[in-house]
Design a protein around this ligand. Sequence first.
Ligand code: FMN
Length: 567
Amino acid sequence: MQTKPRDVQVFSVGAETLAIRSRSWNRLRFEIEYALERGTTANSFLIQADKNALIDPPGGTFTEIYLDELKRRIHLKSIDYVVLGHVNPNRIETIKALLESNDRIQFVCTNPGAIALRNALTDCEPQIKVVRGEEVLDLGKGHTLQFIPTSTPRYPDSLCTYDTKTQILYTDKLFGAHICGDQVFDEGWSSFLEDRRYYFDCLMANQTRQVEAALDKIADFPASFYAPGHGPMLRYGLHELVNLYRQWSEVQTKQNISVTLLYASAYGNTATLANALAAGIIKAGVAVESINCEHATPSEIKVAVEKSAGFLIGSPTLGGHVPTQVQTALGIVLATATKSYLAGVFGSYGWSGEAVDIIANKLQDAGYTLAFDPIRIKFTPTQETLRFCEETGTDFAQALKDSKKVRTTLNPGSTVEQAIGRIVGPLSVVTVAKGDLSTAMLASWISQATFNPPGLTVAVAKERAIESFMHEGDRFVVNILEQGKQVRKQFMKKYAPGEDRFVDVAHETASNGAPILKDALAYLECRVDQRMECGDHWLVYGVIENGKVMQPNGLAAVHYRKSGSHY
Ligand SMILES: Cc1cc2nc3c(=O)[nH]c(=O)nc-3n(C[C@H](O)[C@H](O)[C@H](O)COP(=O)(O)O)c2cc1C
């Protein structure tokens, strides 16, 4: 893992335009969108024309190094505008520091952005230019800024900005990726595809209606490149990624089952939990429609609930209460959803946390089944609690699929199904560990794939918890089990979200960090080289870097089946 200190990279990306990229080489935060651990960049931009505009200053972790670098390029006092693609609590620290040097700054943002900014800056009266879409901002020297509000549940104040001179479209959250590196543009763009897809799955897939609307809006602006808030700029793979965003969105819209995810979040903690739950649900092939209760109309909520088979309600506790907007949403749910809907409740709290219990009790009193114990998380969620939420989301989706009796496309009892059942593989336990987290999966869809380099493939169901630990560059161990030994039993049971898979299992740590089962016949230490999306599974190709036979006289346990419709 990289241990370089944070730094700031400055690069000219167009006439009078600098990209100022604050870089974190390590995982920046716990939110699941950072889980691939490739670091990130917080991209800010400076346009120096007759007037000077700064776009998207970074969050508090970068304030000092960012301002030091910025001061080398411009007197802070000569900044006229700060354009905000969205306002979040994180960014406020840098905004306050900018205001201390220059109280003349005019902020440019949407109306929800202005409200958030005024709430966060209680000890001053920031000058704000609210944009709704028709306004233009003339900076001189040909730089005219146009604004495109692209509100989403997660970022209701989201704003894209277009500069007519450079034809740069500043896309903020859209088209980002959490990757850190020296590369400013996306040369060899397809090599970032896994990161972009992961970012989409975590942040966009639960709000595809709004993402598709945003894509339609920005399509009208001829862009030389897209400048997202995180990761490399999009020049070479621009059209391809826009098409992929459409395709990935369409996959969600076409799912047969959907869940409505209703929440409110004053400080972002409940929203983070909502995102992790959504990622777990989506991974299991069930669509999610996220609704931020603070910004949704009653009819939007009603329509979403009517279309779905289950709902989740998330709420912080504020002043011992459920915020009014969540209460209203709850009322609509109670009036709309039949008792067959599967339900779940979650929320972040500070000390008493009544909101979650109030909602859970109301739902239970009304006769709904809660699919999991209400999740209450104190203040900011940790890496473990977010994993727990993700797995809970997956179980929730599975329960819905079971209740709807979603079947494989194989015809039970057919000759094809029986023939497929004759495909055999070594019964194994695949193990992984990352930071404090570890997990395992019983697997038999494993096969040697290459001689040079030595490599194998493992088919991992999309909803499997271990899937999140098997991205490019991740390490894993295949423990091949021995015939006649009963190791498999421990791994055949159904685990609760976050449950430790290694209790009472003799194991040690491989040089790649993953657990080796001491009772295995042999083990192979692998590095994920590629993964391929194949229907309901990911086919993971791993290069074998180390391995050992532990029982030289033993035989591999082989899994014989009568039918190809189960493992
Ligand atoms: C004005 C205010 C009132 C709060 N009241 C309560 C409370 O009564 N009980 C409680 O457990 N936490 C309370 N909290 C703590 C929040 O629930 C906690 O910060 C939580 O993480 C907020 O979740 P959010 O980020 O999703 O808004 C309060 C926080 C604030 C700012």
